[in-house]
Write a protein that binds this ligand. Structure first.
Ligand SMILES: NC(=O)c1ccc[n+]([C@@H]2O[C@H](COP(=O)([O-])OP(=O)(O)OC[C@H]3O[C@@H](n4cnc5c(N)ncnc54)[C@H](OP(=O)(O)O)[C@@H]3O)[C@@H](O)[C@H]2O)c1
Length: 300
């Protein structure tokens, strides 16, 4: 593994020393990760003697054995391709992460490595932050991949929504997510085909979530997974895509008078929850948000 970034230590933050706690993101690739900027800004702001690095990891077993041996190691963000494989190297995994089938956060609790997932719970926090209650609501997902799974399980676990409608383009993936969500959940779950859903069925949903890459910068910018005629002013629309900030879907939603939540909010709040798990302190949310916005702007 190799360190991908440098640490700036402004005068008001402790300089790395023998007591510094280490957090890091592991994945492959990690060179474009926004997490080091966000977490280091948060550590500086709170004056905590922590650093956050990015490690490109190809040999996960060796990486985990090495980290276990480091006394100052406090936690990890885990990204592609290790989110599933890492489960076997952990001492404990939260029931939510087990249901989702992957881990994005590891906490070293005095030598015991605990795995959890903050993507879904972070998204719930983003809705809360936006003042949107999910209680009794019908939630539509466009997309059935890892991110949809993480958020849908957190929603089902919260027992807040009345109903979840999962729409995808691959029937077997829709069926699998619907079946997994129904298992042990009190929330009603239905599935359907993204391309041939009756607009009235979609319009009856209170919240629409895009969990596909449609609309993403340099991928399909200007396109949307959600037809314009599904949208109306009483809905809340959340797009997981965070580049550009205002995707085609969010532009359509604004024009239709919907409340919108950009993908940046998910990225921010999953990190806020990680910070709180590693440090036991409230995260400096405003600083993390500004850092993220600046990093995204300079990356475009
Ligand atoms: N804001 C955040 O913090 C955050 C966090 C995680 C992910 N994301 C974003 O969320 C999106 C999904 O991520 P993921 O990890 O779930 O990816 P994934 O596991 O690859 O799943 C992608 C999903 O999108 C569907 N899809 C892809 N292209 C499509 C198209 N042209 N039309 C209709 N459906 C299409 C796929 O369908 P098939 O299964 O049929 O291929 C699949 O259901 C990505 O854009 C990612 O950047 C954002």
């Amino acid at each position: 593994m190799c360190a991908m970034n440098t640490i700036d230590a402004p005068t008001n933050a402790p300089r790395p020393d023998a007591h510094t706690r280490l957090c890091a993101v592991i994945g492959n690739p990690v060179a474009h990760s926004l997490s080091p900027a966000m977490h280091n800004a948060a550590f500086r702001e709170t004056g905590l003697n922590y650093v956050y690095l990015a490690f490109k990891v190809t040999h996960l077993e060796g990486c985990m054995a090495g980290l276990r041996a480091l006394d100052g190691f406090r936690g990890l963000s885990v990204t592609i391709p290790h989110k599933m494989d890492i489960l076997q190297y952990l001492d404990e995994v939260t029931p939510l992460a087990r249901s989702v089938g992957c881990v994005n956060t590891v906490v070293n609790a005095e030598g015991r490595l605990l795995g959890t997932i903050t993507d879904g719970t972070g998204t719930l926090r983003a809705f809360e932050h936006a003042g949107v209650s999910l209680e009794g609501k019908t939630i539509l997902f466009a997309g059935t991949g890892g991110a949809a799974r993480a958020v849908a399980f957190a929603l089902a676990d919260s027992r807040l929504p009345r109903e979840i409608l999962v729409l995808g383009r691959t029937p077997s993936r829709v069926a699998r997510l619907v079946e997994d969500l129904r298992h042990g959940s009190r929330v009603r779950v239905h599935g359907g085909d993204l391309g041939s859903t009756d607009p009235d069925r979609a319009r009856a949903c209170d919240v629409i979530i895009n969990a596909t890459p449609m609309g993403m910068f340099r991928h399909s910018e200007g396109e949307s997974s959600v037809p314009r005629d599904w949208l109306h002013a009483s809905q809340v629309v959340f797009d997981m895509v965070y580049r550009p900030r205002l995707t085609k879907l969010l532009q359509d939603a604004e024009e239709a008078g919907c409340r919108i939540i950009p993908g940046l909010e998910m990225l921010l709040f999953q990190a806020v929850l990680q910070f709180e798990l590693w440090t036991g302190q409230k995260a400096p949310e405003a600083v993390m948000r500004n850092t993220l916005q600046r990093a995204l702007q300079s990356d475009l």
